[in-house]
Design a protein around this ligand. Structure first.
Ligand code: AHG
Ligand code: MN
Ligand code: MN
Ligand code: MN
Length: 315
């Protein structure tokens, strides 16, 4: 088997960029270890603070953020960190060429019920500023802490899966991931149906109509409540993930964050042949207005995403 470090060494990228992915992989392996025993060590539950998002931080949100920060501080090539759990960007040091934007623990509402959560990261050129289009990302990836701990990474051209081994190394387990262009599975929080716009309502209704409806096939619905878990399923077996604008999220621009949720996931999905949109614009084309900006997120199997855009195009 090929280890992550051997695979990184063989990639046609700047070794310093590869070292940033290695740093985030090492942080993820440490987070995985903490999560595995959290109910025993008593690290579950609330941290007692509210983050800049207005969310009650979980202890493991803060612990995961600290673990990422500690690993980043030891990589001389990283000068900036943007994190869901930090109000402002953190200047790590002067020279480092790279900036990391991270969601140190995604899906933290699932922590207390032992459902898959993850760490998401995006790597950019720090010299180009904090607010760069997602298409400028140099690398992106996530760790999914599930039955196995998966690490999924891209430098923009292809999407590759590694699995954490018992000795703490990541082993290459799948290369050249391809998101199937069509799928019979969609992911959306249907409890929000009363808040949906006509496009979301129309697209989902076509799926619910099944074989005899306009989609002409049967659909299944899956919603984990961890973006990492839902996106990993879509990368592995196809599907569409939707957290669209609705009458509640429209005032904030959306629910999910552009820099460290939407952009890295969009790069991974597009590198695997899928598509990503807000419904009206390609996610990776958006020029961010702030480090915690929220956007609508619709991404996954190309045909499904195109059908949603068709509904938005109907005005
Ligand atoms: P986070 O735990 O990093 O704040 O992100 C949670 C996000 C995302 O992971 C998930 O898709 C979404 O919240 C779930 O939202 P609902 O609870 O509204 O379903
Ligand atoms: Mn959160
Ligand atoms: Mn998240
Ligand atoms: Mn988070």
């Amino acid at each position: 088997m090929t280890t992550l470090s051997d695979w990184l060494a063989a990639q046609p990228v700047d070794p310093k960029l590869a070292s940033v992915v290695a740093t985030m992989a090492a942080a993820s392996a440490e987070i995985a270890e903490v999560l595995r025993r959290a109910p025993i060590t008593g690290q579950t539950g609330l941290a007692g603070h509210t983050n800049v998002q207005g969310e009650a931080q979980k202890a493991l949100d803060v612990i995961s953020n600290d673990i990422v920060l500690n690993h980043i501080r030891h990589n001389p090539d990283i000068s900036l960190l943007v994190s869901e759990e930090l109000d402002e960007a953190v200047h790590i040091q002067n020279q480092g060429r790279f900036m990391v934007a991270t969601d140190p623990l995604d899906g933290s509402s699932n922590l207390d019920v032992n459902v898959t959560v993850g760490t998401i990261f995006s790597v950019l050129d720090a010299s180009k500023g904090l607010l760069q289009r997602g298409s400028s990302q140099l690398a992106a990836g996530y760790a999914a802490y599930g039955p196995a701990t998966s690490l999924v990474v891209t430098f923009g051209q292809s999407t590759t899966v590694f699995t954490l081994d018992a000795d703490g190394t990541f082993q290459l387990t799948q290369e050249g991931l391809q998101v199937s262009s069509s799928s019979g599975e969609y992911a959306i929080n249907t409890a929000r149906e009363r808040l949906w716009d006509a496009a979301t309502r129309g697209y989902v209704a076509e799926n619910v109509a099944g074989e005899t409806g306009p989609a002409g096939k049967r659909y299944n619905m899956r919603w984990v409540g961890s973006m990492v878990a839902d996106i990993h399923r879509i990368l592995m077996r196809g599907g569409i993930f939707m957290y669209p604008l609705d009458s509640e999220t429209v005032s904030k621009g959306g629910r999910l964050r552009l820099l460290y949720e939407a952009n890295p996931m969009a790069l991974l999905i597009e590198a695997a042949g899928g598509r990503s949109t807000t419904g009206r614009e390609r996610i990776l084309d958006l020029v961010p207005t702030g480090i915690h900006q929220r956007v609508p997120v619709i991404l996954g199997s190309a045909e499904e995403v195109t059908r949603v855009e068709g509904w938005y195009g109907r005005g």
